[in-house]
Ligand binder design. Structure first.
Ligand code: F6P
Length: 357
C-alpha cells in the first residue's frame, strides 16, 4: 500500500508531529505493508515528480522538531491550472505523477490555499486526506489548526520581553503579529501579554478611539503600552477603498505596511515615544508546544484511520475537543475569520483592551 505525504504552503510548528502521527498510525494499521512516499517541497514536488521512499526511522524523532522534514513551498491556487510543461497544466502533472507513483492515497498538510488545491485533486478522483496546519487558525471546519498554539506562545514571549524595555523607557510599542486576513493569533497573544490595544483585520480601526484609549492609559500612569496589531489591519477609511485605491494610497504615502501606517498616525500625537517592532517568521519557527504536539499527533493518527477505512475527500478536524472529519468540498475556499460579536472580543473589551471600535 503506497501512501504519499506532503506539506504545503507557509510552514508552522507541529508539521513534523502531524506526520509522525500519520506514520505511526499507518504502521499500527498496516505494519510493513505501508509504504510511505515523502513528496518534496509541497505541491511543487508532486508537479515535478520529486519524492523519496521513506523509512520508519525517518519519522522516529521528529515529534518535537520545528519546520518540515519534507520541505514546503507555495503553489498559488489561481495558477494551478496554468500550463506547466509539454502542454500539461500543474494539476495534470500532479495527477500523472500520483498515478505513476502508484499511490493509493495522498495526505496533504496545508492551509487555506492548499485546501483548494486538495479539493480539486479530490474532485479529479485522487484519494485525498488533509490535515489543517497554519499559525493563522483560519481554516474553516476546525476549531484549531496545529501551529496556532505554538505561535501564540512565540508571539506572547516576544511581547512579554518587549514590555520590560517599553516600561523602562516609557515607550509605546506597536507590535506586528502575523495574520493578513484573520486576527486569531493577534487577539490571543495580545490578551496573553496584557496588551492595551489589539487591532485585527476583521475590525477596521478608528484612530480617534485608539488615541483616546492610549491617552487614558497614560493619564492613569501606565508605562510601557503595548499595541498588538495584525499584519492586515486597515483604518476605517481604508476599509472603504477598492484594492486599487488602497494600493495607490499606500504608495503615495510611502507606507509599506499597516503597522508603519499606525506608527505614523500616532507619532507626535501621544505623550510618549512611539516605536514599532515586527515579530516576523520566528512565530512559525522552532519546536511546537506540547498542546500542538498532541493535537497534531491526534489529527495525524485519525488520518491513518480514515485511510484504513478507505474514506477519502476529508479534512481531519477538531470540534469541541473531539477529532472529526469534514468533507473537503464543504470547507475548501472558505476562511474562518473572527466575527465582530465573537465572545473573545467581548471579553477582551471587558479586560479594558481597546479594539479600535
Ligand atoms: O499563512 C501563514 C503566514 O505566516 C501568515 O500569517 C503570513 O501573512 C504569511 O504566512 C507570510 O508568508 P510568507 O512566509 O510566504 O511571507
Amino acid at each position: 500500500m503506497k501512501i504519499g505525504i506532503l506539506t504545503s504552503g507557509g510552514d508552522c510548528q507541529a508539521l513534523n508531529a502531524a506526520m509522525y502521527g500519520v506514520v505511526k498510525g499507518l504502521y499500527k494499521r498496516f505494519g510493513k505493508k505501508a509504504e510511505i512516499y515523502g513528496i518534496k517541497n509541497g505541491y511543487t514536488g508532486l508537479i515535478e515528480g520529486k519524492y523519496e521512499k521513506m523509512k520508519c526511522s525517518d519519522f522516529e524523532n521528529i515529534l518535537k522538531m520545528g519546520g518540515t522534514i519534507l520541505g514546503s513551498s507555495r503553489q498559488p491556487f489561481k495558477k494551478i491550472n496554468e500550463e506547466y510543461k509539454d502542454g500539461k497544466t500543474k494539476v495534470q502533472c500532479m495527477i500523472e505523477n500520483y498515478k505513476n507513483m502508484g499511490l493509493e492515497s495522498l495526505i496533504i498538510l496545508g492551509g487555506n490555499g492548499s485546501h483548494k488545491t486538495a479539493n480539486l485533486l479530490s474532485e479529479e478522483g485522487l484519494n485525498i486526506i488533509t490535515l489543517p496546519k497554519t499559525i493563522d487558525n483560519d481554516i474553516y471546519g476546525t476549531d484549531m489548526t496545529f501551529g496556532f498554539a505554538s505561535a501564540i506562545d512565540r508571539a506572547t514571549e516576544y511581547m512579554d520581553n518587549l514590555k520590560s524595555t517599553a516600561v523602562s523607557h516609557n515607550r509605546v510599542f506597536i507590535v506586528e503579529v502575523m495574520g493578513n486576513k484573520a486576527g486569531w493569533l493577534t487577539i490571543n497573544a495580545g490578551i496573553a501579554t496584557g496588551a492595551d490595544v489589539i487591532l485585527i483585520p476583521e475590525i477596521p480601526y478608528d484612530i480617534k478611539v485608539v488615541k483616546e484609549h492610549i491617552h487614558k492609559k497614560i493619564s492613569q500612569g501606565k508605562k510601557g503600552i503595548i499595541i498588538a496589531v495584525a499584519e492586515g489591519i486597515l483604518t476605517l477609511e481604508e476599509s472603504k477603498l477598492s484594492k486599487k485605491q488602497f494600493k495607490e494610497k499606500r504608495a503615495k504615502e510611502e507606507i509599506s505596511d499597516s503597522a508603519q501606517n499606525l506608527e505614523k498616525q500616532l507619532q507626535n500625537e501621544i505623550d510618549a515615544e512611539v516605536r514599532r517592532s515586527v515579530i516576523g517568521h520566528i512565530q512559525r519557527g522552532g519546536q511546537p508546544s506540547a498542546y500542538d504536539r498532541v493535537l497534531a499527533s491526534r489529527l495525524g493518527a485519525e488520518a491513518a484511520q480514515l485511510i484504513a477505512k478507505k474514506q477519502f475527500g476529508y479534512m481531519v478536524a477538531i470540534k469541541n475537543g473531539v477529532i472529526e472529519k469534514c468533507l473537503l468540498k464543504d470547507i475548501a475556499g472558505k476562511k474562518k475569520t473572527i466575527s465582530t460579536d465573537e465572545e473573545i472580543l467581548v471579553q477582551a473589551e471587558m479586560l479594558d483592551i481597546c479594539l479600535g471600535r
